[in-house]
Design a protein around this ligand. Structure first.
Ligand SMILES: [Zn+2]
Length: 251
């Protein structure tokens, strides 16, 4: 009797291990990760934009990466909550900031880390204070970016666009009154381009800060960001493409 019981238990354990191994295999095969940037970022902006960035850029150009909405988590302009939260009722990634800012900050960090390793003169700025009402306060993204651009640097703010019909898609918005350069061109080739006068010339481009919309925070892109198994790979994939665009633009 004792022996039979032991045998049964052993059978159950073996069965469970095999079942677990197969379920893991099935899961990893089905998490839909792709290394293809175009597939992951989804549709690009198809707004008419005919600017071309041909101005040469110094190879040591200082680059500043800003995370969109880092200082505007108040009522207006907090960034998109994303499809998962807004449409499917999932929990936000962080209780106090929008999902867009959550991902903007992660991507900002990754772009700077990878960029430094690849030899770029690159840094980030984070105001730390999550809500500054006055856009012209010296601590905002826009004030710091404006000053940086004025001194000859390349300032760019990263964003994820709203999902579905609320967003446009991926692409670069060039600076308002500065001639687009080869870095702009190189980024636009990968991510697409917005017209210079998009929405009447937004606050950032008016301060000569570029805006990069990575893609709509929805579908495959958002799923791969939210899934812990694919999160870091997805962030690194996008960050790598941005860094590569910088390198292509300054050579
Ligand atoms: Zn945004």
């Amino acid at each position: 009797m004792e022996r039979n019981q032991l045998l049964n238990r052993l059978k159950f354990i073996v069965f469970f291990i095999i079942f677990y191994a197969f379920s893991q295999l099935y899961y990893t095969r089905n998490f839909n990760f792709t290394d293809d940037l175009e597939v992951i970022i989804g549709e690009g902006s198809n707004l008419p934009a005919n600017w071309v960035g041909s101005k040469n850029v110094d190879k040591n150009v200082p680059i500043l990466i800003l995370a969109g909405h880092a200082d505007s988590q108040g009522l207006a302009g907090a960034g998109t909550p994303g499809e998962a939260v807004d449409k499917f009722g999932k929990n936000p990634m962080h209780p106090e900031i929008s999902d867009e800012l959550f991902w903007n900050l992660k991507l900002q960090k990754s772009v700077v880390n990878i960029g430094k390793k690849k030899g770029l003169n690159i840094r980030s700025y984070d105001p730390g204070i999550r809500n500054i009402d006055d856009a012209n306060d010296p601590r905002t993204n826009w004030s710091v970016g404006r000053k940086f651009a004025k001194q000859g640097g390349y300032a760019i703010e990263i964003h994820f666009d709203a999902y579905g019909k609320y967003g446009v898609g991926s692409g670069l918005i060039p600076p308002f009154s500065e001639t687009p350069n080869r870095i702009d061109e190189s980024i636009a080739k990968k991510f697409g381009r917005f017209p210079v006068l998009f929405r009447g010339g937004l606050g950032a481009p008016r301060r000569q800060i570029r805006i990069l919309e990575i893609g709509k925070l929805e579908g495959l892109l958002e799923q791969n960001l939210r899934n812990l198994k694919t999160r870091q790979r997805t962030i690194n994939l996008i960050a790598n493409e941005i860094v590569q665009a910088f390198l292509n633009g300054i050579m």
